[in-house]
Design a protein around this ligand. Structure first.
Ligand SMILES: NC(=O)c1ccc[n+]([C@@H]2O[C@H](COP(=O)([O-])OP(=O)(O)OC[C@H]3O[C@@H](n4cnc5c(N)ncnc54)[C@H](O)[C@@H]3O)[C@@H](O)[C@H]2O)c1
Length: 360
């Protein structure tokens, strides 16, 4: 099996991908890069590395690097992906793929022309409970899927201390809620119409930001089934022991399942049905998923997704979510934003048509 070599761009959350690469038998680390030289040195010390660069171009010029892992601020992803493709590299880009669809057409064109792969690091799909839930779904243990409920709820006011959270392009929806949206469209991939309500609470507005921090949406699939998606980001929470930060509930004709994050817990009630769902816990994996202080990093999820990427590439399969799927999810989110603004249901195909985007 071919091993892949990664150059890591952006060394904040990029710390987790360095750990993932170092612990994987399918990957090697090519180089690391950040504009902040002190941070480069810190990561070298932490991971026993002997080199770094502060110039992205150096990684792009390095022929030993196959894949660029992009962990820069959200607003820079589109430009950094395009540069990687033009340099003949595959891309693994953290969520959100982009902060709007402005560059979507140019990226689709560059990807097609270069023939390189773009994979979106939707980490929540790769946490153990989410993986188990997906497997049970694919094995038909729920029967037919009737409806989906997802949420991402966290008191993330700390995020507003970041300089780039005050720059154009930041929103709670694209940076945070995308986890819950992605889980919903993973199960209902043909979302056609969306409707939602949202407010920017005083807690966000007093920091000079107008982006809604409290949102509730209905996402209607082509066949009439729908998902409910909730997000609250600037208010106290019940805590993850009471209410998981991320949650995905699948209600089927024959069973029900609920996976969450950050607790390694998964509830199922399959045939023969019980009065109360069964709890499955994977606490033995705690240190695999959470390698640094607290439960705030994602190294285990990243290791799972880069290994999936490597296995798929070796087998000639396109790793998912790919560029087209990522862009479709962003089109759903652009429709969600429009619905908040206009107060009416918004059609996703119309968003794609208005943008001249064809994903077939
Ligand atoms: N669950 C997840 O998948 C998950 C979790 C956290 C963060 N993220 C994503 O990771 C990305 C980074 O978030 P973060 O929390 O590490 O932010 P951060 O601000 O801590 O780190 C970003 C780093 O990028 C560097 N940088 C900026 N421009 C650069 C350039 N042109 N070249 C090289 N380096 C550059 C900055 O110096 C900084 O160190 C964001 O897109 C965020 O949404 C994903």
């Amino acid at each position: 099996m071919k091993k892949f070599t990664m150059g890591v761009l952006g060394l904040g959350e990029g710390r987790s991908i360095i750990s993932a690469v170092q612990n994987s038998e399918l990957w090697e680390l090519g180089n690391i890069c950040d504009l902040n030289e002190e941070l480069c040195k810190e990561r070298c010390q932490e991971f026993g590395l002997d080199g770094y660069t502060t110039e992205y171009q150096n990684m792009l010029d390095d022929e030993s690097i196959d894949v660029i892992g992009i962990y820069t601020p959200d607003q820079l992803h589109a430009a950094h992906i395009k540069m990687a493709l033009e340099a003949g590299k595959h891309v693994i880009c953290t969520k959100p793929l982009m902060v709007d669809l402005d560059e979507a057409g140019a990226l689709l064109e560059a990807q097609k022309r270069t023939g390189k792969t773009v994979f979106v690091g939707q980490s929540s799909r790769y946490f153990e409970p989410a993986r188990r839930q997906r497997q049970d779904f694919e094995e038909g243990r729920l029967g037919g899927l009737i409806t989906v409920e997802t949420h991402y709820i966290s008191d993330s006011r700390w995020f507003l201390d970041r300089e780039w959270s005050h720059r154009k392009g930041f929103s709670w929806m694209y940076n945070f809620m995308i986890h819950a949206v992605d889980l919903a469209v993973w199960y209902l991939p043909e979302v056609e119409e969306v409707y939602g309500l949202g407010i920017a609470s005083e807690n966000t507005r007093e920091r000079g930001i107008q982006a809604p921090d409290t949102m509730k949406f209905l996402l209607k699939n082509k066949d009439g089934r729908f998902a409910g998606v909730n997000g609250v980001y600037a208010a106290p929470t019940l805590g993850s022991a009471v209410e998981q930060s991320i949650s995905c509930t699948l209600r089927g004709t024959k069973g029900i399942s609920r996976a969450g994050y950050p607790k390694l817990q998964y509830y199922t009630n399959f045939q023969p049905l019980q009065k109360t769902a069964q709890l499955h816990e994977y606490n033995e994996l705690h240190d695999y998923f959470f390698r640094f202080e607290a439960e705030t990093h994602h190294a285990g999820e990243y290791q799972n997704y880069i290994e999936q990427f490597a296995r798929d590439m070796n087998e000639g399969i396109t790793p998912k979510p790919d560029l087209k799927e990522g862009i479709r999810t962003l089109a759903v989110m652009e429709a969600m934003e429009q619905s908040l603004r206009l107060g009416i249901p918004v059609n996703v195909s119309q968003v794609l048509a208005d943008r001249n985007l064809c994903l077939d």
